[in-house]
Design a protein around this ligand. Structure first.
Ligand code: TXA
Ligand code: MG
Length: 332
């Protein structure tokens, strides 16, 4: 087959897959949706019973609100009462892309979507397959990450298959997620921007566009401060206990255990190659972020007593990965 025919074949396969996903969603089904961050577990946001199934499949408490995905800013505006000026600037800068904005929900969206809160998370994903599907649908998609509640988010269709395979109506395979970390969540408290979840767009990138946007970490020492629902301490956790710190010292301290390691740029001499993943020999934080969850899925399958992981440089995506690893390592 020449390249043109190969391309036509690939395109028609993709169109068929999108058509199938579309039909299932129109009929109230739940599918796994590829996005540039992680795979989502998606249903018609206006269909309360389809949305309820998302919670059941994930074993997610109904108090934990979902993000609503739509194809572009104009459609997003129809879902909310209003958008603060800085929200519009952020949307125009980063959409389509890995940014979720918390905005005041219109009554027409069912309350189950956002756990009955005043605000709903809205995001316009940039993944071409997600975009093609959302363009075709007459409704937005409510979608949390497609993992059992508390587990690592999936960055391939195979991760979804392994974790939730039989429970979802269809897995729309859009390949490996390019970003690999969830979207950054920005809300507005008295019109002032606040970052509620660090994610694929760094705080530095956000602040370059709108000025100060402090991060409100989910783990508050002061218990009198109300946490955003769903921002529980332990999250993104593999089944294997995970320890974060200086890798050679951790390895020495655990010498009587079966240990596997997540490494940033260099491998550990004292551990076999099969028992470690080096994320980015060229020390790229983007590459490490892209591979992080896939590496954790892989290491979790090796049946070790512990996964050991390093601290990344505390800047940009390094800070985001440190935060994910620390939350994964907190014991319940
Ligand atoms: O990249 C992403 O954001 C992926 C893809 C699929 O879009 N989605 C995702 O959704 O990570 P989820 O449900 O796994 O994480 C969303 C987080 C939760 O911690 C939830 O509590 C918070 O966003 N959230 C959503 N809506 C909220 C709201 N109205 N108020 C406060 N927090 C909210
Ligand atoms: Mg999640």
């Amino acid at each position: 087959m020449n390249h043109f025919l190969q391309f036509r074949f690939f395109l028609s396969m993709l169109e068929n897959k999108i058509l199938k996903a579309q039909k299932i969603l129109v009929n109230g089904g739940v599918i796994a949706l590829p996005t540039e961050t992680v795979y989502g577990l998606a249903a018609n946001a206006y269909d309360a019973s389809a949305v309820k199934r998302i919670f059941t499949i994930k074993k997610r408490p109904l108090t934990s609100p979902l993000i609503v995905h739509t194809s572009h800013l104009d459609r997003a505006k129809l879902l909310v009462k209003s958008m603060p000026e800085k929200a519009i600037i952020l949307a125009e800068t980063f959409w389509p892309g890995p940014l979720t904005l918390l905005l005041e929900k219109k009554a027409s969206l069912p309350d189950i979507v956002n756990a009955g809160l005043a605000e709903v998370g809205i995001r316009v994903p940039s993944h071409p397959v997600a975009q093609m599907l959302l363009e075709k649908l007459p409704f937005p998609l409510a979608a949390p990450s497609a993992n059992p509640f508390g587990y690592i988010s999936p960055t391939t269709a195979q991760h979804v298959e392994a974790q939730l395979g039989k429970k979802v109506d269809y897995i729309l395979d859009g390949g490996r997620c390019t970003r690999g970390l969830e979207s950054t969540i920005v809300g507005f408290s008295n019109k002032k921007p606040v970052i509620y979840r660090l994610g694929s767009i760094t705080q530095e990138e956000i602040e370059k566009v709108i000025g100060p946007a402090p991060y409100l970490p989910p783990i508050q020492k002061d218990k009198s401060i109300q946490l955003t629902p769903g921002r529980s301490e332990r999250h993104y956790s593999p089944h294997t206990p995970i320890l974060v710190g200086d890798l050679p010292s951790l390895l020495r301290n655990l010498r009587n255990h079966r240990v596997v390691a997540l490494c940033f740029d260099t491998s550990l001499d004292d551990l076999s190659v099969a028992h470690q993943v080096v994320l980015s020999p060229k020390k790229s934080l983007e590459e490490a972020a892209h591979k992080l969850f896939d590496a954790l899925h892989h290491l979790d399958m090796l049946g070790a007593d512990f996964i050991i992981a390093p601290y990344f440089p505390e800047e940009g995506l390094g800070r985001v990965m440190n935060e994910r690893l620390l939350r994964a390592s907190t014991q319940p």
